[in-house]
Design a protein around this ligand. Structure first.
Ligand SMILES: [Zn+2]
Length: 289
């Protein structure tokens, strides 16, 4: 039962009630209008916190302040190859990597490396049929802006992309895609199945953009069937859902799937200008025409 607080018109109360009833917020009750003076410190703190969360403009202003502080105190200044803006790159990761994230679009080093590739290969996406696995937002935006004829994103989990697809068994016809983007996915899956599927869905002359964590000092990829828990996978492979750590033989695995390979690496000057990881590679794998 709604009680009209003193000093508040019935119309205002009705509107307040309607607002409160949205989004599962707590209902208005007879305590409204009493104010926070009678409430304890913990209740006042809770009321403030919930008000911040509910009041989106205020949340936005907090985010703006946080971004301003981040831009003022982050790492090196450089230009982002994805959003085109110049600013400081922020530390990110565990342990934190310096100059990791663009303070404007959030793009990470590997995303900006692909952005650099797109800049240097302007026809790579234009008028192509593009399938983007596990779409990273800043990359997806750059790819869409590069003018594909059709762009679809895909993810193993429902609701994260346009399509729910597994890279190990891609529910798409043979030779139906011109460009597949699969960045930091192969280390999560059965890569023999995945590479075979990539070759199958690519049109002749089509490209798979492959990026993975790789230890170039190792001849062979490290896999270990005795590693089964999240904690062990983190220790052995660097992340709880990784199932291997690639060595130089990634190239042989790509070749074994029947894909030709061209490797792309940024120059030292490009690494400095765009906050890129030195030596990081894009493995552009092409189905022979
Ligand atoms: Zn950016």
């Amino acid at each position: 039962m709604l009680t009209i607080a003193s000093g508040m018109s019935e119309r205002a109360q009705r509107l307040a009630n309607a607002c409160e009833s949205r989004d599962g917020a707590m209902p208005l009750d007879s305590e409204v209008g009493v104010g926070t003076a009678r409430k304890g410190a913990r209740q006042r703190l809770w009321a403030f916190a919930t008000a911040v969360v509910r009041n989106r403009p205020r949340v936005r202003s907090f985010i703006d302040v946080a971004r301003f502080l981040a831009r003022s105190t982050g790492g090196d200044v450089g230009s982002c190859t994805l959003c085109g803006k110049t600013g400081r790159f922020l530390p990110m990761g565990s342990p934190p990597r310096p100059n990791a994230a663009c303070s404007h679009c959030g793009g990470l080093e590997r995303h900006r490396l692909f952005g650099l590739y797109l800049r240097q290969h302007p026809g790579f996406i234009a008028r192509r049929l593009v399938l983007h696995f596990a779409p990273e937002r800043p990359v997806a935006k750059a790819v869409r802006e590069a003018g594909p004829e059709l762009y679809r994103s895909a993810d193993i989990e429902v609701g994260r992309a346009d399509l729910q697809l597994s890279l190990e068994k891609i529910d798409l016809p043979d030779e139906s895609v011109d460009v597949v983007i699969a960045s930091h996915i192969l280390e999560h899956v059965d890569d023999k199945l995945a590479l075979t599927e990539l070759r199958r869905i690519l049109a002749p002359g089509g490209h798979a953009v492959i990026m993975v964590p790789i230890v170039e000092g190792w001849d062979s990829t490290y896999e270990n069937s005795a590693v089964t828990t999240n904690a062990e996978r983190t220790r052995h492979f660097g992340q709880r859902d990784h199932v291997r750590m690639y060595g130089r033989d990634l190239r042989e695995r790509i070749a074994a799937a029947g894909l030709d390979l061209v490797e792309f690496t940024a120059t030292a000057q490009e690494c400095l200008a765009h906050g890129l990881l030195r030596g990081e590679k894009i493995f552009v794998s092409t189905k022979p025409a």
